[in-house]
Design a protein around this ligand. Sequence first.
Ligand SMILES: [Zn+2]
Length: 145
Amino acid sequence: MAKKPTPPFLRRRVVWFVLLITALSLTSPVATFLLRDKVPAWAYVMATAIPGLGSGLLAAWFGRAMVREVKAAEQLGWKRCWDCGYDLRGVAADGICPECGKAYACDELAAKWRLLAHKPAPIPVTPSGRGGPPAETGATSPPGA
Ligand SMILES: [Zn+2]
């Protein structure tokens, strides 16, 4: 399976998320070590369980936030800078992002965002109105149609 590209501005968020989750996960064994035999059992359980619950909730929130970022690109007609996420509606089809200065081509942006969103490009309609690529051998349409 081909690895899907991740926009750089979202990749940076993933790195921060992984660092945060790792730090949060380490609090539980640290609390276990520091608090053993020093606090009542209920406090000990809370000190070890809360980071675990917190990292689960954080992971759920982060996953939803990432999906929202891709949906935002779809709402912008896929005209969203791949590098910084800037809204590119109303600017030239090809050019330089006014926010980050990276070159873009709207066709290329649409292809990348669509791949990330699991939304294949629409089949282009040919002048004959049949749509799709030229018929191949074994096409589903009956002969003479
Ligand atoms: Zn940009």
